[in-house]
Design a protein. Sequence first.
Length: 281
Amino acid sequence: MTPPQPEHPGAHRRPAPHAGDHAPYGPRPLDRGSPLPLWAQLLDDLRRRMHAGAFTEEFPAEHRLTSEYEVSRHTVREALRKLRADGLVIAERGRASRLDTRRIQQPLGSLYSLFRDLEAQGVEQRSEVLRLERTADATVAGHLGLVPDAPLVVLERLRLADGEPLAHDTAYVPADLAEPLVEADFGHTSLYGELARRCGVRVTGGRERIAPFLPDIRQAWLLGLADREAAFAIERVGRAGERAVEWRETVVRGDRFAFVAEWSDASRAVALAPRAAAPSA
């Protein structure tokens, strides 16, 4: 798509507002003397208004935005295209555009339960249990520090948020700890909660690896993803004290999930792999 051409600096000029003229969720005039394109300024202001709480009932139509900001429809469309690409606005044929309020935010660097966090965000959470049984898996046993043929309990679920697929989740727990889990109903409860109640095991920490991922055919079908649509893959080792008690593999829809990290000047730096040394001449 050809980027919108800059509008004439004198077009639609209006006086600059005084401080306090605009509510936090109201439009602010664009600076036609700025080197920043008008569509980019419009994009920034629409994001500001979203964060302030605007558009909760309906997102304004193109003609309303052209009037509010006194810009061309081409400028408005370029800003809206970027909002849709970022997953902030949903546009469907025959319906007014609206904010995408379905995205789930998940904090990094802390122990969390997806079940508990969804409930805390006011999202109806339930699971379709695809597999709950005793099994053995040499690779998973290795992640848990067990012998290759160690018995395990596997729980495979399709996690639903407000009735829509969010994640395909497969967790393995040593059977000597988790035998009672085979009798649990995981349709509307958490693995960590059942581990504590039925097995007396409390997960106190762990380690996760998060990476972009292309789901296989089955995962894409379960999650309602288009062919070759990317997602997040999460690998987790959960620990109770020093013992590894959980190996989990989760595929999460990227359009419905966001990871959030807080940091400060006292935060520990991320350890990066050392750069390979250049070969000697």
